[in-house]
Write a protein that binds this ligand. Structure first.
Ligand code: SAH
Length: 230
């Protein structure tokens, strides 16, 4: 077994690299990959750069080139659900692409022929996430995450995404990573800590809380790695 842990931005990966301590850096396909052992488990780490395209490339590389057999994503997100405040954790039950739109042909938002609006995450990994939450005595919300190539800083857009996809949080990589893992039959988990409320103050909130929220998510993900049977 080899567990891939990915983020989108350096700030999301740095706390994980720090915890892991020593690693081998391999450059591949315009990116750096970090191979290591953590508590007896083979792991491979990378941040993809922001958005659906880069995250697709990195998730595919982690699996096809580095041989990852499970994939965990750790990062930050904008909240849609009013229940979610800065720092809170959410694990995706399923994910959708909110900016995928061929509705002109009568299809629903987020759908293309031979695809599906929602990609389901792995139930066993979600269960492990709930166990970690119980151990750490930290609340963990399960909910739908919507992904798109936009930093949403607009109440109207955020509400539309919430209503259209029944989504609780939004970000820019989860659904694309999910599509890759689903197609390659690799169990995956998308964990996010809230950095902002996707409203007009989102960019300020993001800048202020990126580091602390990314750290919360990273700490949680490393506890999950310890609990995954190997
Ligand atoms: N500050 C960065 C850009 C961040 S883009 C820069 O200037 O380089 C936002 C990143 O955080 C994405 O990786 C996305 O997954 C997540 N995210 C957090 N809040 C978001 C929001 N409101 N809308 C979309 N993505 C968000």
């Amino acid at each position: 077994m080899k567990i891939a842990i990915m983020g989108a931005m350096p700030e999301e990966l740095e706390p994980i690299l720090k915890e892991v301590g020593s690693y081998k850096i391999v450059e591949y396909a315009g990116n750096k990959y970090y191979e290591a052992q953590y508590k007896g488990v083979d792991i491979v780490l990378a941040y993809s750069k922001i958005g659906k395209v880069f995250s697709t490339l990195t998730a595919t590389t982690l699996i096809e080139h580095f041989g990852a057999t499970k994939l965990l994503f750790s990062g930050v997100a904008g909240a849609i659900s009013p229940e979610l405040k800065v720092g809170d954790l959410i694990v995706a039950t399923k994910l959708a692409q909110h900016d995928l739109d061929i509705t002109a042909f009568g299809h629903p938002f987020g759908y293309v022929p031979e695809g599906a609006v929602y990609i389901e995450s792995d139930e066993a990994l979600r269960k492990i996430a709930q166990e970690v939450a119980a151990d750490m005595q930290t609340p963990l919300k399960e909910g739908i995450i919507a992904t798109g190539d936009q930093f949403v800083a607009n109440e109207e857009r955020k509400n539309w995404i919430g209503e259209t996809f029944n989504a609780d949080a939004l970000e820019m990589e989860g659904a694309s990573v999910g599509v890759v893992c689903d197609a390659l039959d690799i169990p995956f988990c998308i964990l996010r800590s809230i950095s902002d409320a996707a409203d007009m103050d989102a960019s300020f909130s993001f800048d202020e809380f990126l580091e602390t929220s990314a750290l919360r998510s990273a700490e949680f993900i490393m506890k999950m790695v310890e609990k995954i049977e190997h």
